[in-house]
Design a protein around this ligand. Structure first.
Ligand SMILES: Cc1cc2nc3c(=O)[nH]c(=O)nc-3n(C[C@H](O)[C@H](O)[C@H](O)COP(=O)(O)OP(=O)(O)OC[C@H]3O[C@@H](n4cnc5c(N)ncnc54)[C@H](O)[C@@H]3O)c2cc1C
Ligand code: FES
Length: 249
């Protein structure tokens, strides 16, 4: 969905998200969060990429060109890229691909980049041609083997890392909780610094309701066991947080 907004189209950083008030549904109280997928500063628009999973996304999909929507954003923190980065590894599962178009837009020509992108079946790949324009080394994976590597995206990544060593490489990921959990193990084993964008359920989107806790892996104290996905994240160092299915699903 393409949305006109001057501020977001010019200033949004990759990883940031918008919280959208669902129009035409009186009984939906909370906004729904979506990553900013790409920006078009010339046209002063930005895109979100979503699938229909419930009432909110169904209502969004029924909007017509020219309708107005109420958006809060850009919200949250963003992906940082260390100055010494020589290789960027992106790992996306399903709709977890959403924030990485803007990420690649902002990356420009430096450093080399790999994109590991996994879905259940080939008809779920989104915008492959557009992604190819940013010239990543593309590793496509499908659970059913209908295109690319048959199996999980984390298997393809592990296979790659077992063969190719490298220094100053950093990994960025977004996707389902089991994928993030496996990535934690892989990144420890291969000593790779990684950041993930978490997509747990949210409400206010700006730190007021305490409705989006993410458990810390090593709590600082009894009083500081959690961080907030909306305010402290959604991007976290993979080392910092505990990937707990109860918190994300
Ligand atoms: C920071 C952030 C960025 C996100 N970016 C995107 C994006 O770019 N594209 C996209 O399609 N979705 C994204 N999501 C997930 C999106 O917010 C949910 O899919 C949406 O809120 C569902 O609303 P709904 O009313 O249609 O579904 P609901 O009726 O609220 O729920 C329907 C089903 O979806 C599940 N669900 C609800 N929220 C989530 C969630 N956050 N993650 C996974 N499952 C959920 C519910 O458990 C339920 O089974 C993001 C979430 C966060 C926190
Ligand atoms: S959604 Fe309200 S504090 Fe995070």
């Amino acid at each position: 969905m393409t949305i006109s907004d001057k501020l977001i189209s010019h200033h949004c950083r990759s990883g940031e998200f918008v919280n959208i008030q669902i129009p035409n549904l009186d009984n939906i109280l909370w906004r729904r969060p979506f990553s900013v997928h790409r920006i078009n500063p010339k046209e002063e628009t930005f895109d979100i990429l979503f699938s229909i999973v419930g009432r909110g996304t169904q209502a969004l999909s029924e909007l017509k060109a020219g309708n107005q929507i109420d958006i809060l954003g850009p919200l949250g923190n963003h992906f940082e890229i260390p100055d010494n980065a020589e290789q960027i590894i992106i790992v996306a599962g399903g709709l977890g691909i959403a924030p990485f178009m803007l990420f690649l837009q902002k990356l420009g020509k430096r450093p080399s980049r790999l994109l590991f992108y996994g879905v259940a079946s080939k008809n779920q790949f989104c915008l492959l041609d557009e992604f190819k324009e940013f010239q990543p080394d593309l590793y496509l994976c499908t659970d059913d083997g209908s295109q690319g590597h048959k199996g999980y995206v984390t298997d393809a990544l592990e296979k790659y890392l077992n063969i190719h060593s490298g220094k100053n490489r950093y990994l960025y990921a977004c996707g389902p909780t089991p994928m993030l959990k496996t990535l934690q193990t892989i990144c420890i084993k291969h000593r790779i610094n990684a950041w993930v964008s978490v997509e747990n359920v949210m409400a206010c989107g700006f730190g007021a309701c305490m409705g989006c806790p993410v458990p810390l892996k090593n709590p600082v104290s009894e009083n500081k066991k959690y961080v907030l996905a909306c305010k402290d994240g959604p991007v976290f160092s993979l080392n910092e947080i505990s990937i707990d299915a109860r918190a994300f699903d």
